[in-house]
Write a protein that binds this ligand. Structure first.
Ligand code: FDA
Length: 392
């Protein structure tokens, strides 16, 4: 069997793996089983890649240890990545809430990372499967298979950058958790995050396609953004954000009056358009189909002029505290990220190296650090990849 030696072997040519390769010296091999590097970058942000967030800070990340991400995020910031993007002349814009997107295409980010890898001398093998990993005196012995041919790679350092379990169709495998288990490194149970929520009955089916601004509250936190009703349940940015904090069996609360001004608006409408039906007036503030859907439950009958202050108060209160109980989520099939992962207690926050297995590193989404929606997950991939690369 052919054999080759490298100083550093990186498994996974995604966001974190490529960033690490660009900074890990010149004797680096990156392997990936996919046909192309950075496939998730390519499809991200609707093809324009929301590559970071102006406001990225440790509070935007979920982890059993909320302090773990601080070091890497502080040493390689969103400003560092923006400077790199600018250096390559990639034009970008802020869409909303500090979210930065490429003006043209996410492929520009992949080309930039490939160029950075080439500059540092890193090699890339695609369509390469990992068969066996073992540890020996010199480091790690990894048997890989490419085009039906096996090769033994002897590496002093091994970086696991093969992501989480989200979207198996895009090549996610969960290999990182298997490697952790092989080396007795603890893993916080992975689960889908940033994922649409589903309901056991089809009660929201008539609302499919309706979107509305809302505040979505779980037992742990709230998010103010749009919600979107789907054939199976609820999606939209506010629901995706909340899904990362939601636990099975819990209810969530939808506040369809996030600005808290509905009562005042209805009182004004009563004096200016008293002869209109209550539902018609409400439909000026909420999507018509949503008003029709809620009409029977909230007994939205009569003209607006017939409604007392107390009654309008009851309606506004009901619309700002609509409790619904999801049955589950759409799972890894559509989840944007995987929550949980390699237990951060087992890693150095400075270098991402395992505390128990010297020269074994974990970076990116496979680690128990998960960002909010809005460019935070890529920022974690850049920061953790950079931190490991610099340490190597
Ligand atoms: P990533 O998944 O990018 O890379 C892992 C690599 O390992 C892949 O190339 C894969 O092929 C390879 N691999 C996996 N198993 C392997 C195996 N067994 N053998 C060999 N190779 C293997 N985030 C954000 O900040 N802004 C955004 O706009 C979006 N948009 C978005 C859209 C969609 C549809 C998804 C699914 C996700 C996003 N994300 C996002 C999340 C973001 O894509 C994600 O957090 C990062 O890609 C994680 O980077 P990693 O490098 O850790 O994993």
């Amino acid at each position: 069997m052919p054999r080759m030696n490298v100083e550093t072997l990186i498994i996974g040519a995604g966001a974190a793996g490529m960033m690490c390769a660009a900074h890990a010296g010149n004797d680096v091999l990156v392997i990936d089983h996919a046909k192309a590097a950075g496939e998730k970058i390519r499809i991200s942000g609707g093809g324009r890649c929301n590559f970071t967030n102006l406001y990225a800070s440790p509070q935007n990340f979920i982890s059993q240890n909320p302090h773990f991400a601080k070091s890497a995020l502080k040493r390689y910031t969103q400003w560092d990545f923006i400077a790199l993007v600018d250096q390559y002349g990639i034009k970008w814009h802020e869409k909303t809430l500090g979210q930065l997107f490429c003006d043209t295409t996410a492929k520009d980010i992949i080309a930039m990372l490939r160029a950075e890898m080439e500059k540092s001398g890193a090699k890339l093998w695609l369509q390469t499967d990992v068969k066996v990993i073992s540890r020996n005196a010199e480091g790690f012995r990894v048997i890989v298979e490419k085009s039906g041919r096996s090769t033994t790679i002897q590496a002093q350092k091994l970086v696991v950058a093969c992501g989480g379990k989200s979207i198996p169709k895009m090549g996610a495998t969960g290999l990182a958790y298997q490697i952790a288990s092989q080396f007795d490194i603890p893993v916080v149970a992975p689960r889908p995050g940033l994922v649409p929520l589903t309901f056991s009955d089809e009660k929201f089916k008539p609302l499919a396609g309706v979107a509305a601004p809302s505040r979505v509250t779980t037992a742990r936190t709230s998010f103010d953004e749009a919600i979107l009703f789907t054939h199976r349940g609820l999606s939209g940015p506010a629901v995706l954000q909340a899904s990362s904090y939601w636990e099975e069996g819990e209810a969530i609360t939808l506040n369809l009056d996030p600005s808290g001004t509905l009562l005042q608006k209805l009182q004004q409408d009563r004096s200016t358009q008293g002869r209109k039906a209550l539902t018609s007036v409400l439909a000026q503030h909420l999507p018509t189909r949503l008003v029709e859907f809620l009409s029977a439950d909230l007994n939205l009958s009569g003209n607006i002029a017939d409604q007392s202050d107390r009654r309008l108060g009851e309606i506004s209160a009901a619309l700002s505290a609509w409790e619904v109980k999801p049955a589950g989520s759409e799972g890894y099939r559509t989840a944007e990220v995987t929550l949980g992962g390699i237990d951060t207690d087992a890693l150095s926050s400075q270098t991402m190296m395992s505390k128990s297995v010297p020269n074994l590193y974990f970076i990116g989404e496979c680690v128990d650090v998960t960002g909010w929606l809005g460019g935070y997950n890529f920022q974690w991939a850049w920061s953790s990849g950079w931190a490991a690369g610099k340490a190597i």
